[in-house]
Design a protein around this ligand. Structure first.
Ligand code: B16
Ligand code: MG
Length: 213
């Protein structure tokens, strides 16, 4: 089936908020005395907020935590994270990304966001990318996070396309799994290029123009 829509993951593909996630989780983890480092942080890529917290708590040895305690910890992390996000500006998106998105639109492709983040719309606004997309599917309209295909299936629906007519651009293994299990083309960038399930691999973002002509 010919590709008519392209769905972009946000963190790790269009913007790089890894460092902010790390700093916010680190402060939360320090607060409850649980060990946390950059290697554990890498496991949180593409994973929802609550699932990320569970990964961090694998090392937790303190008093048992109720669901309410966990919700508070996740809320604390998000508050810190959002403060960092406020530092983002349009300069956090490269010209290469903007030019490529513009050219893909010109070629007639429908573009969407497919992000696990509940902060996706806020980030897009901060970096002035909202107007490049026909649809946004994010952590606010799903119940199951990647590797479940839900976020991308919703994005294809928002675009009015069949999953098979869509390609997904992802930096996380879980995101490539979500794309493939949803019946879409999986295009890897960054970390995910090491993953054998990807259909295409990008060295740099503008390589998309050689794939989607
Ligand atoms: P939030 P993506 C994901 O975004 C991040 O990669 C992941 O690290 C984060 O935990 C998740 O969003 C949820 O984010 O706490 O802002 O709702 O890569 O799917 O764009
Ligand atoms: Mg990502």
């Amino acid at each position: 089936m010919a590709t008519k829509g392209i769905i972009f993951d946000l963190d790790g593909v269009l913007v790089f908020t890894d460092r902010y996630h790390y700093l916010a989780w680190k402060e939360m983890a320090d607060g409850i005395g649980v060990y946390f480092d950059e290697i554990i942080n890498n496991r949180l890529r593409g994973v929802s907020r609550m699932a990320s917290l569970e990964i961090i708590l694998e090392r937790y040895e303190g008093a048992p935590l109720s669901d309410e305690d966990k919700a508070k910890l996740a809320e604390k992390k998000n508050g810190l994270y959002v403060e960092y996000l406020k530092e983002m500006t349009p300069a956090d998106v490269t010209d290469e990304v903007r030019d490529t998105l513009r050219e893909l639109r010109k070629r007639g492709y429908k573009l969407a966001i497919g992000s696990s983040s509940k902060n996706a719309k806020f980030i897009l606004g901060r970096v002035d990318l909202t107007s490049y997309f026909d649809a946004i599917s994010d952590g606010t309209n799903i119940v199951r996070s990647k590797p479940d295909p839900e976020v991308f299936i919703k994005a294809s629906e928002f675009l009015g396309l069949e999953p098979g007519e869509c390609a997904v651009i992802e930096d996380a293994f879980a995101g490539i799994d979500a794309a493939k299990d949803g019946g879409m083309t999986g295009v890897a960038i960054g970390d995910a290029v090491k993953y054998e399930r990807a259909d295409y691999r990008l060295n740099t973002f503008s390589d998309l123009l050689g794939i989607f002509r």
